[in-house]
Design a binder for this molecule. Structure first.
Ligand code: AMP
Length: 478
């Protein structure tokens, strides 16, 4: 069944055709018709399922319906009817990248319409946004923080919003945006259509849905537990200190054109990127410490093939929609199985083939197990054929006695009771032997008490694991 039977206007069908889509995805087939009727929607769908079009298409259709001329247009002599732009639809997204992606989708599908859209997010100047808001827009796609800034300074009026969309609501909760979201919802009229999309259906999401949606129509794309079949998955065992060498080796020995590497932390992403560059691999990092223009330049450069490798953290990678990524490499295994599916779904998009490679250290096995449980499949982790971890010169002891906390990736194999070669197991002269040291000096023994910020269990749990790596205490470590 094509798009024509869904009840979308001809202008929108033209936009869909121009985008090259012929058949709606399951979430689109299920969501578009009830959304066109004006019903509230709760969509359980991850990125990669076509969920953006599932709400953007009916939103554009409804906004494009002929409007009654606004009273002020009729009272201004000589003007006749002039399309009046005010914020009629608001899409809230957790990240800047996702906001841009939704904005791109609005532009793409709505290219034959006369609706104006703007994306509003932090990390860029206010001026441009103020100017565009002043001129008048129909659709605002925004991240919560900057949107609240505009609301506070009175530069945006949400009192005439007809359609409210919360995209990736679970992420917004994870990132601690719940209060911001509530304030934003409080600023839009009670009489409006609301659509909420989330990858998971937790108790918190249900509670939020209960306060925002009215008799919602529930649509599910089916939880994407199984990665698309076109993605081949590999798991390679490695000791933490040899990860970087394995990364070069893999990049050298396999035909990899466009590679997305995932690091657990921003600091880690920068480090991997620097080391790749030092070894002549064109690489760029993207994470939340980068300014918006740096992030944009990095993405554009990667898309245009100026960089072979994009190193990203999970949060920054949220919403990345890049065609042609041939390989995803989990330099650090994701801590949540759900993130694994999300990460590897960056390759193999729209029917293309792709490879996902995950480095697994001895300490990572519990995470591998939870990925196996989630996907419902066993993944034997193997040694990467042909790779020999180099025998290293000793690292200066000062690294461990300084204030700087040693990064796990540098920890010597013997600290993990590695089953690697003999050379790896026995401490090198000059290298610290953690077994002999005071427990307090062992990196693993420096467990920080997680800060809870009064969050509910699931968010707090995430914060705990986020904080564990760098001793920080917020998701922004990503
Ligand atoms: P999303 O889940 O919204 O991030 O979409 C994932 C990818 O699927 C994007 O690259 C879209 O352009 C693409 N897409 C969305 N709907 C369709 C469709 N009906 N046919 C083909 N590709 C689609």
């Amino acid at each position: 069944m094509g798009f024509t039977s869904l009840g979308l206007s001809d202008h929108i069908l033209k936009g869909i055709q121009a985008a090259g889509y012929t058949v709606p995805t399951p979430i689109q087939s299920r969501a578009i018709a009830p959304a066109l009727e004006g019903r509230d929607i709760i969509g359980i769908a991850q990125t990669g399922t076509g969920k953006t079009a599932a709400f953007v298409l009916p939103m554009l259709h409804r906004l494009d319906m002929p409007q009654a001329a606004p009273p002020e247009a009729l009272t201004r002599p000589g003007l006749g009817f002039k399309r009046h732009h005010h914020v009629r639809a608001l899409v809230v997204t957790p990240t800047r990248e996702l906001a841009q992606q939704v904005h791109d989708a609005v532009r793409k599908y709505g290219r034959f319409l006369r609706l104006k859209a703007i994306s509003i997010y932090g990390g860029v100047g206010m001026e441009g946004q103020l100017k565009l808001l002043h001129r008048g827009v129909d659709i605002v796609i925004a991240t919560p923080g900057r949107l609240l800034d505009h609301l506070t300074r009175g530069s945006i009026d949400l009192s005439r919003v007809e359609i409210l969309v919360l995209d990736e609501a679970d992420r917004m909760l994870d990132m601690g945006f719940i209060n911001d979201v509530r304030k934003i919802v409080g600023a839009v009229p009670k009489e409006r259509q609301a659509m909420m999309f989330s990858a998971t259906m937790s108790d918190e999401i249900q509670k939020l849905a209960g306060t925002i949606l009215r008799e919602p129509h529930m649509v599910e794309a089916g939880e994407r537990r199984n990665p698309v079949e076109t993605i081949t998955q590999h798991f390679y065992t490695i000791t933490p200190h040899a990860k970087m060498d394995l990364l070069y080796h893999v990049l050298e020995s396999e035909k990899m054109e466009s590679v997305l590497v995932f690091s657990r932390t921003k600091h880690g992403a920068d480090k991997v990127c620097r080391r790749l560059e030092r070894n002549g691999v064109k690489a760029v990092a993207i994470h939340s410490n980068r300014t918006q223009s740096q992030r944009q330049r990095a993405l554009e450069g990667f898309k245009q093939g100026h960089f072979r490798v994009l190193v990203a953290t999970d949060i920054a990678a949220r919403g990345l929609d890049i065609d042609g990524i041939s390989h995803v490499i989990n330099f650090d295994i994701p801590q949540y199985a759900e993130d694994y599916i999300h990460r590897i779904g960056r390759t193999g998009r729209a029917g293309a083939t792709g490879d996902a490679i995950t480095f697994v250290t001895r300490e990572d096995f519990q995470h591998l197990k939870s990925i196996e449980r989630f996907v419902g499949k066993k993944f034997p982790a193997q040694h990467y054929t042909g790779f020999k971890p180099p025998v290293r010169e000793t690292e200066p002891v000062k690294h461990h006695v300084s204030n700087q906390r040693p990064q796990p990736a540098h920890r010597p194999a013997h600290a993990h009771g590695s089953n690697g070669s003999k050379t790896q197991r026995s401490p090198k002269p000059g290298k610290p032997d953690f077994k002999k040291r005071d427990d307090k000096r062992h990196p693993q023994s420096r467990k920080k008490k997680p800060l809870q910020f009064g969050r509910k269990r699931s968010s707090a749990k995430r914060l705990e694991s986020f904080s564990s790596d760098r001793g920080g205490a917020s998701w922004s470590n990503y």
